[in-house]
Write a protein that binds this ligand. Structure first.
Ligand code: NDP
Ligand code: PYC
Length: 330
C-alpha cells in the first residue's frame, strides 16, 4: 500500500482523465467522487475504477465533454439527461433543482438518464441528507447476478443507498449492492489471490465456488439473502430503468463494447423533506433515539460509521500499489 494525500489523489485522477480527453468539469466531478471514496475507505469504487473510466474515454463510448441538463417534467418529477457522460457531473447538476423542488413540495424524484455509473451511491444520498432531506438512490449495472433459483446472469449488482439527516451530526447512510458481494470486491479478491465466501457466486456449471475467477469467467454472482435480495435487485431494475426510460442491466450489456468501463444506464433518486412529512418537529430527535440505541449497543454499529470514522481521520489514504501500477501503465 502507498500513502497518498487526498489532494494528490484528486490531482492524479483529474490529470489522468484530462489526458484522455475529459474536460475540466467532467474530470473534476469524477475526481471528487474517486477522492471521496478513497478518503472514506470505499476502495472498490475509488482509484480502482480510474482505469475503467479511462478505457471508456479511449474507446469513445463515453463523452468526456458531456454537458448534463436538468428539466422539471411534472410537479415532483425531475429528469437529468447526462448527455452520455459519466454520472458524477450529472449528479452535481441534479443537486440544486432536486433540493429546491423537494423543499417546495415536500417530496421529489429524479430520473438520471444517459449516464455511466461506476461509483458508490452514498455521495448522492449524503448530499441530500446534508441539505436536511431524506435521500434514496438506486441504479442498475450490467448482468452479473442470477435471479434466485436461476443460473443466468440477468440483474446488475444493483446498489441501493439511503441517507437520513441528523442535524449537527454526520447523516446515517447505508449503501449496499443487491449481490452478496459487489463485483468490484470479487475482482479485488481475484487480483489478490483471495477466495470469496460460499454464497457470493456459482461457477459455469451452477456449483458453489470460493474461486472468484470461476464466478467472473462464465459463472454468475448471487443476490444477498436468496430470493429476498433477488426481489430487491428486480425492484432496482424496474425503478432505475423502465420507470425513468432507461435500460435494464442486460440491455446495458448490449450497448457496451467490452472496454471495461462503466455501463450506460439510469439512476432513480428520491428526496423527502422530513419537516413536511412528519407531524410536528420531533422527527430528528425521534430518529436519533433509535440510532443512539444502535450506537450504544455492544457489538452493533450504524451503517456508514466505518466510512465516517475514516473520513474523520482526514489527511491521507492508503492506496493499493496494484491500482497505482495499473494507472501508471495507462
Ligand atoms: P458492504 O457490504 O461493504 O456494505 C454495505 C453497507 O453495510 C454499508 O453501508 C456498510 O457501512 C454497512 N455495513 C457493513 N458492515 C456492517 C456492520 N457490521 N454493521 C452495520 N452496517 C454495516 O457494501 P457492498 O459491497 O454491498 O457495496 C460496496 C459499494 O459498491 C457500495 O458503495 C455500492 O454503491 C457500490 N456498488 C456500485 C455499483 C454501481 O453500479 N455503481 C454496483 C454495485 C455496488 P460502511 O460503509 O460504514 O462499512
Ligand atoms: O462493484 O458491482 C460493482 C459495480 C458495478 C458497477 C460499478 N460497480
Amino acid at each position: 500500500m502507498a500513502t497518498m494525500e487526498l489532494d494528490e489523489i484528486s490531482e492524479l485522477a483529474t490529470t489522468t482523465l484530462m489526458r484522455f480527453g475529459a474536460d475540466e468539469a467532467n474530470a473534476g466531478a469524477v475526481a471528487r467522487i474517486v477522492t471521496g471514496a478513497e478518503r472514506d475507505g470505499s476502495h472498490s469504487h475509488g482509484l480502482f475504477r480510474l482505469p475503467g473510466y479511462v478505457k471508456a474515454l479511449k474507446s469513445g463510448r463515453v463523452k468526456g465533454d458531456a454537458a448534463p441538463t436538468a428539466i422539471e417534467m411534472a410537479p415532483g418529477i425531475l429528469r437529468v439527461d447526462g448527455d452520455d457522460g459519466f454520472a458524477p457531473l450529472a449528479l452535481e447538476v441534479m443537486r440544486d433543482p432536486l433540493i429546491g423542488m423537494t423543499r417546495r413540495q415536500g417530496i421529489a424524484m429524479c430520473g438520471v438518464i444517459r449516464t455511466h455509473h461506476f461509483a458508490a451511491l452514498w455521495p448522492e444520498v449524503e448530499m441530500l441528507a446534508e441539505a436536511g432531506l431524506v435521500g434514496m438512490a438506486m441504479t442498475q449495472a450490467m448482468p452479473y447476478v442470477a435471479p434466485a433459483g436461476g443460473r443466468e446472469a440477468l440483474f446488475g449488482t444493483n446498489p441501493q443507498a439511503f441517507a437520513w439527516p441528523r442535524p449537527g451530526k454526520a447523516p446515517l447512510a447505508f449503501d449496499q449492492a443487491a449481490s452478496t458481494m459487489a463485483r468490484g470486491d470479487v475482482m479485488i479478491h481475484r487480483r489478490d489471490g483471495q477466495p470469496v465466501p460460499i454464497g457470493v457466486g456459482i461457477d459455469k456449471d451452477g456449483n458453489d465456488t470460493t474461486d472468484p475467477g470461476e464466478i467472473l469467467d462464465g459463472g454468475v454472482q448471487l443476490a444477498f439473502g436468496g430470493y429476498k435480495g433477488s426481489a430487491i435487485a428486480l425492484m432496482v431494475e424496474l425503478m432505475s430503468s423502465s420507470l425513468i426510460g432507461e435500460r435494464f442491466s442486460h440491455e446495458a450489456k448490449a450497448a457496451h463494447n467490452g472496454d471495461g468501463g462503466p455501463p450506460v444506464g439510469g439512476e432513480f433518486v428520491l428526496a423527502i423533506d422530513p419537516a413536511q412529512a412528519s407531524s410536528g418537529d420531533r422527527w430528528a430527535e425521534h430518529g436519533d433515539s433509535i440510532l443512539n440505541r444502535i450506537e450504544n449497543m455492544e457489538g452493533a454499529r450504524l451503517p456508514g460509521a466505518r466510512r465516517h470514522a475514516n473520513r474523520a481521520k482526514g489527511g491521507a489514504a492508503e492506496v493499493s500499489d496494484a491500482v497505482l501500477a495499473e494507472i501508471a501503465a495507462l
